[in-house]
Design a protein around this ligand. Structure first.
Ligand code: C2E
Ligand code: MG
Ligand code: MG
Length: 682
């Protein structure tokens, strides 16, 4: 029993009340059936009476003690059930014994059988394995809240007193008035107390659950590191602010404002000092942001190092002021551990003008402004104003028209020949895209490639160029293998396209469909592309594995050092026009790049050759190839000669007929190849 009690700990006060209910519930029938007859028996001595009473009362108490176990796992074990049965039999035997000894008619044998059964059951309870085994864990239920069975038990206990009274009335026995009154009152008190405890327990559990739910909701909606609301609640705060602005328009020009705040060099801080310092920096930045804005403004964390500030009503001027303040505050070094770390920040700001401004639109405006701030050199705030908005609208219009133009076949290619400097022969052609925009005319790529590069549209555009250029080159080669089989076509690939794995499929697919020899295809990429996207290098390697050659375009405008040339995954280098057309001071640089490129095993091509002097200089430097208006302007495909050199006079405009040969000094003799182009002027 002690063992069971130990295991039943935890439900103490409620369990004691249950014990009391059972004891009272059993005590009344025992009193009426056993004690009262004993008290009225004349021949029993007081000692006999006391001993006879002690047995059943003891059993009642023991049975009561068993009750608290019933709601627990241990109470459901076979051992406990056997123990309960044993105590029940013992009670029956004791009651029989006491009442029989008080009367004259004794059948001791029968009573002894019941005693024996009780002992045997007790023994079985003690020996059963479940007596020592740990109870299987079950979802714990508070002991104070009665289950269905216990509730039925409590209701039954309340009926004991009226039940006994009714039995006495029906059987015509002597009424035990006071005993019934006392038992009924005690029972009512006990049951009410018991229910009161249960109610208290239920409401305390409900309170606990509510606070737990609130805690979990806070944790889910707040960033653990900075304590700021995370993305979802921040966007919700923006929605609420906009809704309130639309619902309660004000006469003044104050509107809901938004700041997108992005730390500039956070990745470098993380890499250099470790994530611990990075976290400190984020916390510091969050604190400064919070301190800068009003209490009714919202500061949240949108992503790794990006914060969102939703400003209550502000004028355009106030928005600009807050944005500038944020830049100043977060540009000052942030304390992290025992050091101060300077990260710097860029801010994109936008005001919710117009009734229909949605959270998404405002967020996108802020994003565009943020991108402008980053492009503009970081460490600055850009506010979406009328000029920027107009520019964005124009860009959106160009993008939409370009999507349509690409599908409608408005894009065309021009081909600019590349010449070998030593002999002057054409080694290949660079494919350059143009847009024949209806109502506008021939649009140069500088006016639409940057727009296309803002989205994956540029990948579609590049893909079209790949298909068209390989098809054209394969057609030329098939028509005149002698002239074209040794020539290449060079296609410009944007960084965004090269960063995607699908670029390899696009190139392989274009080669397969056109039947062009992979060695006749050159892909041109700018050097910054290799620095910006780590995947670009892998994809370039995969393209070279197909047999395609790679050329680094506009070399010298990026950050590749001459020492890094050796590691470039490329076959050729196109020296940027600025070096070729440069001053005398640049001549040394040009010589260095040409030599370093060749030393690294790359073929060096000079771009933008416009003057005879430049050509002579490149020859003197032993540069491998050259391309430029002096040699030939980009041609429409039908103007490219079937064989020989593509020719065009320096003054001719692109797209016009090419017929005349350019004469350039070549080691004191003639110039570029002299064979007339049969297809020229077509
Ligand atoms: P890029 O790849 O460096 O192409 C060379 C650019 O220099 C071409 O301009 C060409 O017409 C021009 N050029 C050639 N010789 C001379 C010269 O002697 N003097 C001067 N001033 N310019 C010369 P374009 O065709 O307007 O292309 C501009 C840029 O647009 C290209 O620079 C390339 O980055 C991009 N681009 C052109 N076509 C495509 C394309 O199909 N896909 C992608 N992604 N970009 C392209
Ligand atoms: Mg190029
Ligand atoms: Mg270039």
């Amino acid at each position: 029993m002690v063992h069971l009690r130990r295991r039943a700990r935890g439900a103490e006060p409620a369990a004691l009340l249950d014990v009391a209910v059972v004891v009272v519930g059993l005590a009344l029938p025992c009193w009426v059936g056993v004690v009262e007859p004993l008290l009225h028996a004349e021949h029993a001595s007081p000692l006999e009476q006391a001993v006879s009473l002690a047995y059943p009362l003891g059993d009642v108490l023991l049975l009561g003690l068993l009750v608290p176990l019933l709601g627990l796992p241990v109470g459901r074990s076979t051992s406990t059930r056997l123990l309960g049965a044993s105590l029940g039999l013992m009670l029956v035997a004791d009651v029989l014994y006491s009442s029989l000894s008080a009367s004259t008619d004794v059948v001791e044998g029968a009573v002894n059988v019941v005693y024996m059964a009780s002992y045997l059951t007790a023994g079985a309870a003690a020996l059963h394995p479940s007596a020592t085994a740990d109870p299987a864990p079950v979802a714990s239920r508070s002991g104070a809240v009665p289950g269905r069975r216990r509730a039925v038990g409590l209701a039954g206990a309340l009926l004991v007193a009226p039940g006994v009274l009714a039995l006495q009335l029906v059987s015509g026995a002597r009424l035990s008035g006071w005993a019934v009154v006392v038992a009924a009152a005690a029972m009512a008190l006990l049951v009410v107390t018991r229910l009161d405890r249960a109610t208290a327990e239920v409401s305390s559990a409900a309170r606990e659950r509510e606070s737990l739910v609130a805690r979990v909701a806070h944790q889910a909606s707040h960033d653990a590191l900075t304590g700021l609301p995370s993305r979802a609640p921040s966007l919700a705060a923006l929605e609420v602010a906009l809704h309130s602005q639309h619902a309660h328009p004000r006469a003044d020009d104050r509107l809901v404002g938004l700041l997108r705040v992005d730390l500039d060099r956070f990745t470098q801080v993380n890499d250099r000092y470790g994530p611990g310092v990075g976290n400190e920096v984020l916390r510091g930045a969050a604190d400064r942001l919070r301190a800068l804005v009003r209490t009714d403004d919202h500061v949240g964390r949108l992503g790794a190092d990006e914060f969102l500030v939703v400003l209550g009503r502000r004028t355009a001027l106030e928005l600009r002021e807050v944005a500038d303040l944020v830049v100043v505050a977060l540009s000052a070094p942030l304390p992290a551990g025992d050091r101060d770390v300077a990260v710097g920040v860029s801010v994109g700001a936008a005001l919710a003008c117009g009734r229909g401004t949605t959270a998404d639109a405002l967020l996108a405006d802020g994003g565009v402004a943020l991108a402008r701030a980053k492009e503009g050199g970081r460490g600055r705030a850009v506010v979406v104003d009328t000029d920027l908005r107009r520019e964005l609208e124009e860009q959106a219009a160009v993008e939409a028209a370009l999507v349509h133009g690409l599908a409608a076949g408005e894009l065309v290619l021009r081909y600019q020949p590349v010449h070998e400097l030593a002999g002057g022969a054409v080694t290949g052609y660079e494919a350059l895209v143009r847009w024949e925009r209806p109502g506008v005319g021939l649009v140069p790529p500088d006016l639409f490639i940057p727009v296309a590069e803002r989205s994956d549209l540029v990948c579609d555009l590049d893909r079209w160029v790949l298909e068209e250029a390989t098809r054209q080159m394969a057609a030329w080669t098939a028509a005149d293998p002698d002239a074209f089989a040794g020539r290449h076509v060079a296609v410009n690939l944007s960084g965004r396209h090269l960063a995607r794995r699908v670029v390899v499929d696009h190139v392989a697919g274009a080669l397969e469909r056109s039947g062009l020899d992979p060695h006749q295809l050159v892909v041109e990429i700018t050097e910054t592309v290799l620095v910006d996207a780590s995947t670009a290098g892998e994809h370039l390697a995969a393209l070279r594995a197909l047999g395609v050659r790679a050329s680094i375009d506009d070399f010298g405008t990026g950050y590749t050092s001459v020492a890094q040339l050796r590691n470039l995954p490329a076959d050729a280098l196109k020296v940027d026009r600025s070096f070729v057309s440069g001053t005398a001071a640049d001549t040394g640089l040009l010589a260095l790049v040409v030599q370093a490129g060749q030393a690294a095993g790359l073929r060096v091509v000079a771009e933008g050759v416009e003057h005879v002097g430049q050509l002579a200089q490149l020859r003197a430097l032993s540069c491998d190839e050259a391309q430029g208006y002096l040699l030939a302007r980009p041609f429409a495909p039908e103007q490219v000669p079937g064989h020989g050199t593509a020719r065009m006079s320096p003054g001719e405009r692109e797209g016009e007929a090419a017929g005349q040969q350019v004469r350039v000094p070549h080691q004191g003799t003639s110039a570029l190849p002299s064979r007339a182009g049969t297809g020229a002027g077509g």
